[in-house]
Design a protein. Structure first.
Ligand code: 6GU
Length: 225
């Protein structure tokens, strides 16, 4: 899979994509992330990519021309399955969306800044608008990093048995059960006996029951689907 990201703050994306599983996905050749600085398509020698908003009001808006030129140029090299604008008024990211997007070949993410991007780009280019939750970030970059991580780890071959996504929270609409490691007794608190029993079938049942219990308590909305 190839993910292209358009941004005015590329530095914000570097570290989150250079470690751990997403680093390994890229090293294995299963994921390529290309970060593009929008200033490359600025309208003048000052690197301008934003302007005052029509109608007045505080905050700048990202101009349509640099974004359109960037998208057109990148689209010559590959056609994008989705052009995704990261924005707090997009559809809230879920594991289902991440699963669906992990099966695509070429994705383009647009990170908004300032007050957002000119509405005409959203109408003429963007195919999907995603938010990562009901709170406001200073720009789309951290949300884009979240989306790359959520998608990248699901690409077939990225995770091994030890890190398998099948037991993650939200796969099956259930939160993950509690986990323990050594020692079996720590500061007077014991690991549940069942986990030491070696009885795999019973352990699976226990984990399922714990997952269900945890979901009922913390996220009953997940069980309504
Ligand atoms: Cl995608 N962008 C911004 N700026 N804020 C957000 C967000 C995205 N998702 C939640 N808050």
């Amino acid at each position: 899979m190839t993910i292209h990201i358009l941004t005015v703050v590329p530095e914000l994306l570097e570290s989150p994509l250079s470690h751990s599983i997403i680093k390994r996905a890229q090293a294995k050749g299963l994921l390529q992330v290309h970060i593009h600085h929008l200033r490359k398509w600025a309208v003048n020698e000052y690197g301008q990519v934003d302007d005052y908003q029509y109608g007045g009001g505080a905050g700048m808006v990202m101009m349509p021309e640099p974004l359109a030129n960037a998208i057109d140029e990148l689209s010559k090299e590959q056609s994008f399955d989705e052009i995704i604008f990261l924005t707090p008024d997009g559809e809230t990211l879920t594991q289902k969306t991440a699963n669906t997007l992990s099966l695509k070949e070429n994705l383009l993410f647009i990170c908004g800044h300032y007050k957002g991007i000119d509405q005409r780009i959203r109408e003429q280019y963007v195919t999907k608008e995603i938010s990562i939750g009901d709170y406001v970030l200073s720009g789309g970059e951290l949300a884009a990093a979240v989306l790359v991580d959520a998608i990248g780890r699901l690409i077939p071959g990225v995770l091994n048995d030890e890190t398998s996504a099948l037991t993650d929270s939200f796969q099956d609409n259930l939160l993950a059960p509690p986990v323990y490691t050594r020692p079996a007794e720590w500061r007077g608190s014991k690991v549940p006996d069942i986990l030491l029993s070696g009885n795999t079938a019973k352990i699976e049942d226990w984990r399922y029951e714990e997952a269900l219990q945890r979901t009922k308590e913390r996220r009953p909305d997940l069980l309504e689907d």
